[in-house]
Design a protein. Sequence first.
Length: 306
Amino acid sequence: MNRLTQMLGIERPIVQAPMGWIARSQLASAVSEAGGLGIIETSSGELEVIKGEIARMRALTDKPFGVNVAQAFVRDPGIVDFIIGQGVKFVTTSAGDPTRYTRQLKEAGLTVFHVVPHLAGALKAFDAGVDGLVVEGGEGGGFKNGRDVASMVLLPLVRSHTDLPIIAAGGMLCGRTMAAAFALGADGIQLGTRMVSAAESPVHANWKNAILAARETDTVFLNRQGPGPALRALRTAKTTRLELEPGPNMLAEFGRATDLYFGGDMEASIALSGQVAGRIDAVRPVKDILDEIMADYAAVRAGLPA
C-alpha cells in the first residue's frame, strides 16, 4: 500500500490508460478486478455508449474504476455533468486546460488527476487544484506533445517541483519499470500498450500480433510540427508515409479507426503504440500481467544495491 492505492481504494498502484474505443468495460473491469484501476474512455465521443459501459462496469466488478475526459476530443459541454451523474469518483483529464473542469469535478466530490507532458503543464495543473498528476513521457503511445520529453527526465523534474501523487506513463511495462518510476518519484504506473495487447483487450488479433512482432524501433512519432496533436504509433506502410509526408489533418486519418481496431485492417487507420511494444512477446490475461509486475517489482527492489 502507498498513498496512491489509499487515495484510489485499490490494491496495486497500476492504472490502465484510457484508450479510445479500447478502454471500455471488458478491459477496464479486468484491470479493476486484478487490483489495479480500470479507466473508461470518453475520447470516442460516444457518450450514450459510454453510459452503457459504465453500467456494465458495475455489473462486472465492485472494485473502484475511473473515467477519462480527453478535452480535445470530447466537446460535449455536458460531459462533466454526465460523469458526475454516473456516480464516478475518480477522473483523469487530458489533452486540454486543467482549469476547465477541475473545480467543477472537485466541488462534486471527485478525485481529479491531470495528464501532463512537461513541467509547465504540471505546474498549471497544480495551480488548478488537481489531486494528482499523470506524468506522461514521450516514449508512450497515443497523442503527445510535439516537444516530447522522456520519462527518465520528466518524472524527476516534475517531482522536484511538487509533492502531488504521480502516476508515471510512457515506457511503463513491468516490475523493473515500476521500480524505476518509483525511484524517479512516481507513486504508480499507467499501462497503455501492454493493455492493448492483453487477452481482454477488444482489439483485433492483427493489432495484438503487430505489437508482438514489433521491435523497440518500430514506432513512429507523427505530426511533430502540427497542426493538431503529435502522436506515437506502430510503424506500418500508412504511418511510414505519414511520417515522411504528413497530411493537412492528422485526425482525419482516424476516420476508419474501427476498421483497424476491430476489423484488423492495419492500413485503415493509425495503430497508436508506445516504444514498449518492442518488449512485449505474448498476449496474456490482465491478472497475470499485474501479478507478474508486482512479483518482479518486489524482486527488483530486493536486489538493488544498498
